[in-house]
Design a protein around this ligand. Structure first.
Ligand code: SAM
Length: 204
């Protein structure tokens, strides 16, 4: 980023309503409000016991999750280190290494009711490479949730609204009873990110 662009970004970031709100409420990032909105609309956390949060750094979703007394286990995974969040376990792991599935199975000896993925691969700016990285990350999240979700469990996965969204939705429809696309108000308007909320894992 050039000096000018960086200072414009810093200015608009610190003026952002959700950045100010997250500072006031001690959340690690404004992303907390996306999960709060998802929960207000879909109520998936309050009916869960075990939640797996893929791409959890810096940990604001883990903070939100840890405020739910019904959750017996909260597990976060990221390739970056985080400051520990009370009530959540953390694994530093790259989800493209699918040995994660065996590690989590062995450690927890149970499946999850809810899998969350807020993962965003690094953007190179080269459309073909970015699309390929995002596709392979999505495939990894699906492989992990196919193995670790219990029957009737739910998945929330971040995607970008683009030409592949329809195809991904069709793939998800095979494994889940119902899928819905949601764009939280706290997600920046100029970002094409959306969340696909997948309910009722068929485990077939
Ligand atoms: C938008 S951030 C998540 C923010 C998080 N939900 C929160 O509330 O703090 C996306 C995260 O995905 C992680 N990530 C990207 N690719 C990954 C991979 N292959 N394996 C594990 N984590 C990955 C990044 O390190 C980054 O921390």
């Amino acid at each position: 980023m050039s000096g000018n662009k960086k200072s414009n970004w810093l200015k608009s970031h610190s003026n952002d309503f959700y950045v100010r709100l997250s500072k006031k409420n001690d959340y690690k990032s404004r992303a907390a409000y996306k999960l709060i909105e998802l929960e207000e609309k879909f109520n998936l956390i309050k009916d869960s016991r075990n939640v797996l949060d893929l791409g959890c750094a810096p940990g604001s979703w883990l903070q939100v999750l840890s405020s739910f007394p019904n959750l017996k286990s909260i597990v976060g995974v990221d390739r970056l280190e985080i400051d520990r969040i009370q009530g959540a376990e953390f694994f530093r792991y790259d989800i493209s290494d699918l040995s994660l599935i065996d590690i989590l199975t062995e450690k927890f000896n149970c499946k999850f009711n809810l899998v969350l993925s807020d993962i965003a691969p690094n953007i190179t700016g080269i459309a073909d490479i970015d699309q390929a990285n995002f596709t392979s990350m999505t495939e990894n999240v699906l492989q992990i949730s196919n193995k670790l979700l219990e029957k009737e469990g739910n998945l929330i996965i971040k995607q970008f609204n683009g030409p592949r969204l329809k195809e991904i939705s069709s793939i998800l429809e095979i494994s889940f009873r119902k899928i819905e696309v949601f764009k939280p108000k706290s997600s920046k308007k100029n970002s094409s990110e959306i969340y696909i909320v997948c309910k009722g894992f068929k485990d077939c």
